[in-house]
Each structure stands twice: as structure tokens, then as C-alpha cells.
Design a protein around this ligand. Structure first.
Ligand code: 16G
Length: 242
């Protein structure tokens, strides 16, 4: 490791960031590897704890490092890319990238739609919908927390299935539903406590809030899904043409 340049006008935390970034690019620090503890970085570069922390926090926010509570800070793997113009299920999306999907089902039950879901699905507020909350994993790593609301008549059968290793879209298609198009929005958000617990990252980490309303081939809205994707592991790409 080379030291900091004390004559440089660049702040020390910034220099440390660039040193760590360089080590990752040269693969002196490999993906998934733990980085040296703050204490060690302070000794090595003659910097304060606050300076080391600032460099690490910024690299975490950029998705280059990630923190695991109680374990340390690690070099992040390459982000999973989702092409925004394809209507795919999580399972299909991950399979296309060579990852295997599993889910932890937090709950799956019939609940009253309520005002928001009712408006989006075009039903009465008091009507029942199937609500399924799942943590979606790619190769065992938690990626997103997903809450799906589905029309009762379409999705009632899902409540009898073990959804930890099944795709909802596959099951609905098997039941005769023709999934046609969706409207999807993206927003920046931060991880709340519940999400932090399930996604294994710290509260306040950056995330993508993705909402989708999906329609069948008769333009019937059958699902409304709200998902929080880890900002450090996920990236959306689109192809733009004139
Ligand atoms: C994706 C969809 C979600 C859909 C789910 C079905 C996004 C942002 N959301 O996660 O709306 O309900 O796939 O997944 O892509 P499954 O068929 O694997 O259960």
C-alpha cells in the first residue's frame, strides 16, 4: 500500500477512498473479501478514525463496499442488472444472469385491499386481495423485500403453495393467466429497520423502491407490487433509441 500525499490539496478521506478503490480494481482486495478494520487503516495511513470512517461510508453509499452488521465491511460483487424494458419475473430475471432464486416468505394471507391497493387494482376498498411478502434471494444472498397484492380470484390458489422455491408468475401462468404488460416506477429510498433486518444491511443504506402494476392480456390489473431492492447490489439499465 502506498501512503497518503500530505502535500495534496485533496482531503485525506478522499485519498483513502481512491487508495481502496485502486486496491479493488487491481484485485488486491477481491469481491466478497473483508477490508482491513478502521483501526488498521488509521495506523497504516496515519489518519483519524473519523477520516477512515468517512471514506468507508462513501464507498458503501456508492455500492463499492457493503457492511454486514457485526461482521465488518466487504468488497461488493458486481451489481445485478435488470433491463427495464422486459417484463420479467424475479425468477426469470435472475435465471437469465445465472443466479438461482429462493425466497423467504414472511407472510401470505388474504387481507382487505384498503384505499391504495383498491385504486391501483380498480376494486372496492373492502374487497379481499392476496398479500404476499417475500425476501428474494439470488444464490442465497438477500436482494429485495417484495410485497405483492394480487386479485383474490386470480391468486387465491397461491395461498396453498410453498412459495419459497416457486415463481408467482409461473404459477399464475400455469393457472391460465396471460401476463401482458406492466407499469413500473423507480424511486430512491433508504432501508428501514425491518428491511435492514431481512436484507442484512444497515438501516439507512441506499435502496431502490420499485412499484409495479401488472395487467393481463385483457388489460385487467391483477397485481400491485412494492419492492425495496438493495442499492448496493442492483442496477437498472435501459436501451434508448432515437
Ligand atoms: C419481480 C417483479 C414483481 C413480480 C415478481 C414475480 C420487479 C421490480 N418486480 O420481482 O412485480 O411480482 O417479479 O416474481 O421486477 P416470481 O415470479 O419470481 O415470484
Amino acid at each position: 500500500m502506498s501512503g497518503l500525499d500530505t502535500s495534496s490539496p485533496l482531503p485525506k478521506y478522499h485519498q483513502l477512498k481512491e487508495i481502496l478503490r485502486g486496491m479493488i480494481e487491481r484485485e488486491d482486495l477481491q469481491r466478497g473479501e473483508i477490508i482491513p478494520p478502521e483501526r488498521e487503516l488509521c495506523e497504516e495511513y496515519g489518519i483519524s478514525r473519523m477520516t477512515a470512517r468517512q471514506a468507508i461510508v462513501e464507498l458503501v453509499n456508492e455500492g463499492i463496499l457493503y457492511r454486514e452488521q457485526g461482521r465488518g465491511t466487504f468488497v461488493a460483487g458486481e451489481k445485478v442488472k435488470q433491463e427495464a424494458e422486459r417484463l420479467a419475473s424475479f425468477t426469470e430475471d435472475m435465471a437469465g444472469r445465472g443466479h438461482e432464486t429462493t425466497s423467504s416468505v414472511l407472510d401470505a394471507e388474504s387481507v382487505e385491499a384498503g384505499p391504495v391497493v383498491a385504486r391501483l387494482l380498480g376494486i372496492e376498498e373492502t374487497e379481499k386481495v392476496v398479500r404476499i411478502r417475500r425476501v428474494r434471494h439470488a444464490d442465497g444472498e438477500p436482494m429485495a423485500l417484495e410485497t405483492s397484492h394480487l386479485l383474490h380470484e386470480v391468486a387465491e390458489g397461491l395461498l396453498r403453495l410453498d412459495l419459497s422455491s416457486r415463481s408467482i408468475y409461473d404459477e399464475l401462468r400455469t393457472g391460465g393467466l396471460s401476463i401482458a404488460w406492466a407499469e413500473q416506477s423507480y424511486e430512491a429510498t433508504v432501508i428501514n429497520e425491518l428491511e435492514a433486518e431481512h436484507l442484512g444491511i444497515s438501516t439507512g443504506s441506499p435502496a431502490l423502491l420499485i412499484e409495479r402494476v401488472t395487467h393481463d392480456d385483457r388489460d385487467l390489473a391483477f397485481e400491485y407490487v412494492k419492492s425495496t431492492y438493495r442499492g448496493d447490489r442492483y442496477r437498472i439499465t435501459t436501451t434508448l433509441r432515437p
